[in-house]
Structures are given as C-alpha cells and as structure tokens.
Design a protein. Sequence first.
Length: 168
Amino acid sequence: MRRRSSAPLSLSLSALMLLSASVYAGNKSVKMTLRIAVDAPPPCTVTGGTVNFNDVLTTKIDGTNYTQTVGYSLNCDKRIVDALKMQLQGTVVTINGESVLKTNVDGLGIRVRTVNEHTLLEPGSTSWFHFNFSGSGPALEATPVKNSATTLSSGDFTAGATLVVDYQ
C-alpha cells in the first residue's frame, strides 16, 4: 500500500492563493463617465381647494350626506410626462375604521376621495393615486364623517391638508 503525501497539494493551494492575492493587489485607473438624470418634481401649481359645507346638521352626518366637490385647479403646463401621482398629506384620524382628515372637532373627520374611481386619499398614508394629466387633475370630493359612538357638539369645524403631485 502506497501512502500519498499531502504536501504538494498544500503547496499548490498556497501558491494559487499568493497568485490570486498578487492579482488583486495591483491598482489600475480607469476613466469613467457617469450620466445622471435628475427628475425635478413636476412644475405644477395647485390653486383653490377650499370646501364650504355650509350648515350641517350633526344628526344627518352619515358619510354620504353633505358631500361636496373639491374645487381646485391643477396646472402642470411644463411637465415632462403625463403620468403623475397624487397624495393627500394632513393630520389623520381613524373614524369607524377609516383613515380621514382630522378636524378641530373630536369625532368628526373629512373623507377625501376621487369622484370617478371612489379611491380614498388617505392622509398620512404613503400610498399614491396614479393618474394621467389631461389638462386637469382628477375630480375630488369631500364628505364629513363622524364617529358612530360620538354625539357631536354644534359649532364651526375646520380641517387642513396639502395636496402633493409628483411624477409616477
């Protein structure tokens, strides 16, 4: 029976490791040109957006009554593409399991959604509503909603939000 030595294998592996190390140890300069395109936010302006609910009976607020169109205009004449997205930023309150805009009255919120798709624009959410700009933004509506377990007191109410528009 013949016995083999492991010395040649060890030396071969050591030589390969040294060879590999010397290959990676060298430096070489390479000229590289990077082209970076930065897309600025679309040059859009939002104007209007004030909703006046007029006189509201607290007992008639049911999530459907008193729905008003949000009268706003969106001007994006210098946009690069038509594919835009919209988000509503504001203070959120959960009423009856729905995330809506918080008002200054406890138990009362404002639901904002698109008219055609009935997509809820959740304030404080990271989700976006995607749309194609065709001369105006999507039609929006606002509806007062109240906590079913709350009796609202009478008085004026207000809520504020920011409509953010960006490229998709």
